[in-house]
Design a protein around this ligand. Structure first.
Ligand code: GDD
Ligand code: MN
Length: 388
């Protein structure tokens, strides 16, 4: 029988939660034809290998491993697009979402003929469990901002637990921004019509094993999503971040120049060279942390990227210089000539580095946990021996 429901579970180092989650779902969804797709962003704890091992003995378990990619939203979207079932659910791997709500959520979706049903931490009757108060405040601020872009009065627009119809996904998929971790908000903001939605109250449980991946940097992704949904049509948000990092680089450049030239009495040429080298390095570091957070380079790839970044920026500087000089020579006022040179140079830098420095990567990260240590009860070696 074909599966009716796909549960999409994004994972990043969740190996300790895979087996317990499956056991809970087995109990909660008894009698339902469901499958589960773990979308793993190349976890270093062998989550993907564990899932694949389980899927050799359970046909309703699948693994979608992404390499050189990051991001909760895009992981959920790709997981949903990799399935064909008429109904979809998205939930976290860490057992914070109460799986026993799933039947009620589906019941509501069908009974009330809704597009989507959300498990809300803020609906009447819900509870945040032992949520820290600062975390709660963060959530509430986020909620208020989100209500503005979602065009709906959701009590928990940041929820990561919901069920929807495939028709809705197909309707919005081409407009999704897929940035950051706010997939639900993205779906609402990308729909051209008001969605028919319902909410069920949920008690947000404690994380089972491992640790949370949503930290302060994730808030930046959230702001990027909001920005993308408001003015992203005109200028890519990534370019704006790139320019902001670049402006910060100018400050770094001037500081290093000042220290070397004025305090250390290095020649101007030497001081300027040192300043440029430091500033470009700092720019690279921050672009890697923020602008390209979802494609962050590490280890050897970080070093290679840095070298390439130096080369690209060097060429960018020559272009900047040539453009500025030619415009200046035609008789334009010097600030205009200088600024145009800088703009063309930045666009060059952005174009080259976004394509080559942070382009798609191919090499998987090293895994450091022995598979044997992870293999759970249902995937014991014996089952592997039985060929068909
Ligand atoms: N594939 C993939 N890629 N999975 C990820 C990534 C990523 O970049 N980042 C996090 N995950 C997975 C985690 O492994 C986990 O299964 C799930 O996404 C949620 O991540 P947590 O790190 O547990 O998030 P949280 O508990 O702090 O946040 C929860 O509450 C937020 C609201 O405050 C989540 O439910 C969020 O979706 C929700 O917005
Ligand atoms: Mn969690």
């Amino acid at each position: 029988m074909a599966f009716q429901l796909s549960i999409i579970v994004p994972t990043l180092n969740e190996s300790g939660n895979v087996q317990p989650l499956l056991e809970k779902l087995d109990r909660a969804l008894d009698g339902v034809a469901w499958e589960i797709i773990f979308v793993d962003d190349d976890s270093s704890d062998s989550t993907a290998a564990l899932v694949r091992r389980i899927s050799q003995v359970r046909e309703n378990v699948r693994c979608l491993q992404r390499v050189g990619r990051r991001g909760l939203s895009s992981a959920c979207v790709e997981g949903m697009m990799a399935s064909s079932t008429p109904y979809l659910a998205v939930m976290d791997a860490d057992l914070q979402h109460d799986e026993t709500l799933l039947p009620a959520m589906f019941h509501k979706l069908m009974q009330e003929n809704l597009d989507i049903v959300i498990a809300s931490r803020f609906a009447a009757g819900s509870s945040l469990g032992s949520f820290s108060s600062s975390r709660e405040r963060l959530s509430r601020v986020g909620n208020r901002l989100s209500r503005a872009v979602s065009k709906a009065d959701l009590s928990d627009p940041l929820s990561g637990f919901f069920v929807l119809r495939r028709e809705l996904l197909e309707e919005v998929v081409h407009s999704l921004s897929c940035k950051g971790f706010k997939i639900l908000l993205d779906i609402f903001a990308s729909s051209e019509r008001p969605l028919k939605y319902g909410e069920v109250a949920m008690r947000f449980r404690e994380r089972h094993s491992g640790e949370s991946k949503l930290n302060v940097l994730v808030m930046l992704e959230f702001i990027m999503l909001l920005a993308d949904k408001t003015f992203g049509r005109f200028v890519p948000v990534r370019f704006i971040l790139f320019v902001m990092v670049g402006l910060f680089g100018v400050l770094v450049h001037l500081s290093v120049l000042g220290v070397c030239y004025k305090l250390l009495h290095v020649s101007f040429r030497g001081a300027q060279t040192a300043a440029a080298l430091v500033a470009i390095g700092v720019n690279f570091y921050f672009d890697n942390q923020f602008t390209y957070r979802d494609q962050r380079l590490k280890g050897v790839r970080f070093m290679k990227g840095l070298l390439l970044f130096y080369v690209a920026c060097f060429v960018g500087a020559i272009i900047n210089y040539s453009v500025a000089i030619s415009i200046f020579r035609i008789g334009f006022w010097w600030p205009i000539a200088g600024a145009l040179g800088a703009v063309v140079g930045s666009v060059w830098n952005y174009g080259v580095t976004s394509t080559f420095t942070w382009g798609e990567s191919k090499r998987p990260a090293k895994t450091n946990v022995k598979l044997e240590e992870l293999a759970g009860r249902s995937t014991s070696g014996a089952e592997f021996g039985q060929g068909s």
